[in-house]
Design a protein around this ligand. Structure first.
Ligand code: PMP
Length: 454
């Protein structure tokens, strides 16, 4: 046998051994997952992970292996265990889908789980839908979006946020969700780390897992008014950390960060050369001073925006990302691969909608939130009053409260709410959405009041 064949055989042996060991590790992870479930423990134990990381680093030193490779491999293994151990949490989406299916069977449900405004899109949308066929926006197009639309978006952003954006900074995507997916999938590599401040919209974490990226959660609390602790963020940063996600006004808490806290986070990101993915789709719904991440002019920031909430156009699936051209180009390559381009007719419709006056939408949601706030106080829920967005994230003061079970049984009474566990380690919370008219919200609250008493 030649030398190369012998070496290849050895390599094959080692690889197969590694696969067997991975299988053994996964079996153990499964067992640990069961024990954690029985004890009611969280899946991720940061302290244990850190201990293991320290051991891996010293082993790398001892055997002369590049620590960066060793710790990346560790991140891969940790993610595998998290995937194995993560129970299928109930999220606003699972409850929404169950509610929809019950409705199909004739049950009446009040939707307080979903972030979908009940008002119609602006009239410009109807007119544009009528015009688009004759206008000829019916073909394949640039993966980044229609040039007229991108430049109109750039202009709008320049005016609104007092920053210079040009069309090269814009990528049109089917909803902000896809922009989030593109940013995480193209800018990060397996083994990299991402910082997510919880409670959070679940897709950030899911996109990270999907891309093999290790998630570091910064847990915030009702007691600290949902403000992340800067030292905690600083401590979570490792040489593998590549991105931090911000989402203010926040889903689910309605929080807007005090400007000094936001400034500190951005400073920290700049110091550590991190991408800042700032999901700003609720900016239209800010009821106190709010500052876009765009205004820091940081070259590694990616801002996501959407027509879903601002223009009540959820079903049109249209949003966009704003970043430097280099980032936009990367994201657009994956977009081209996945879907060629966003539907041209829909881009035209959204372009026409840009001229609409949507300022009243925020007034409507604000007054509904005020109603929810009053009523939720009255029934004894515990929460911080939202500064923006369209939700109330409230703690249910009951022992051993399980938001997933609660949300499922509430469906039988005709009310859908979002369970807190879908947003992180918040089993004792529920999210109430202010997306229905006041009468319906009041009916929803009375169901909640009745059920909480039982
Ligand atoms: N980001 C956040 C914080 C959201 O709450 C949602 C939708 N609920 C999205 C993004 C997705 O929005 P889109 O409909 O534009 O994909």
């Amino acid at each position: 046998m030649s030398d190369i064949d012998e070496l290849r055989n050895k390599m094959e042996q080692v690889t197969l051994e590694m696969i067997k060991l991975l299988n053994t590790r996964n079996e153990i992870a499964k067992e640990i997952g069961q024990v954690k479930k029985n004890l009611g423990k969280r899946v991720t134990d940061e302290v244990r992970e850190e201990n293991l990381r320290t051991k891996v680093i010293s082993l790398c030193d001892e055997i002369d292996l590049d620590t960066s490779i060793g710790t990346k491999f560790l991140n891969f293994l940790l993610n595998e265990s998290v995937k194995i151990q993560t129970p299928m949490d109930q999220t606003h989406l699972t409850i929404f889908l169950k509610a929809k299916s019950l409705e199909e069977h004739g049950k009446k449900i009040i939707h307080m789980e979903v972030g979908e405004p009940d008002f119609l899109p602006p009239i410009q949308v109807k007119n544009a839908l009528e015009k688009v066929y004759d206008k000829g926006f019916i073909r394949y197009g640039d993966a980044k979006g229609l040039s007229q639309f991108r430049s109109a978006l750039a202009k709008k952003n320049s005016e609104t946020f007092d920053v210079k954006t040009v069309q090269e900074n814009i990528l049109v995507s089917p909803g902000a969700r896809f922009s989030v997916y593109l940013a995480i999938s193209t800018l990060l590599n397996p083994g990299d780390e991402i910082i997510i401040i919880e409670p959070a919209w679940p897709a950030y974490k899911d996109c990270a897992f999907n891309a093999g990226v290790k998630v570091r959660v910064i847990k915030t609390t009702l007691e600290s008014k949902w403000e992340p602790n800067i030292n905690q963020i600083e401590e979570a940063i490792t040489p593998h950390t590549k991105m931090i996600v911000l989402n203010y006004p926040n889903n689910p808490t309605g929080k807007i960060l005090p400007l000094n806290v936001q400034d500190e986070i951005i400073e920290l990101a700049i110091k550590n050369d991190l991408y800042v993915l700032s999901d700003e789709i609720y900016s239209q719904y800010s009821y106190k001073e709010w500052k876009s991440v765009l205004s820091y002019n940081y070259k590694k920031s990616i801002v996501t925006q959407s027509f879903s909430k601002s223009h009540s156009m959820t079903g049109f699936r249209i949003g966009y990302a704003i970043a430097i051209a280099e980032i936009i180009n990367k994201m657009s390559e994956l977009q081209a691969l996945c879907l060629t381009n966003v539907s041209e007719p829909i881009q035209f419709v959204a372009l026409e909608a840009l001229d609409a006056d949507i300022s009243n939408n925020a007034n409507i949601i604000k007054s509904r939130l005020e109603l929810l706030t009053r009523e939720a106080k009255e029934i004894g829920l515990d929460f911080v009053e939202p500064d923006g967005s369209m939700y109330l994230f409230a703690k249910v003061p009951k022992d051993e409260f399980d938001s997933g079970r609660f949300a499922n049984s509430l469906l039988e009474y005709g009310l859908a709410v979002a369970p807190g566990e879908g947003f992180g380690d918040y089993k004792d919370f529920i999210r109430l959405s202010a997306c229905r008219d006041e009468k319906e919200l009041m009916d929803g609250i009375s169901i909640l009041r009745r059920y909480l008493k039982e």
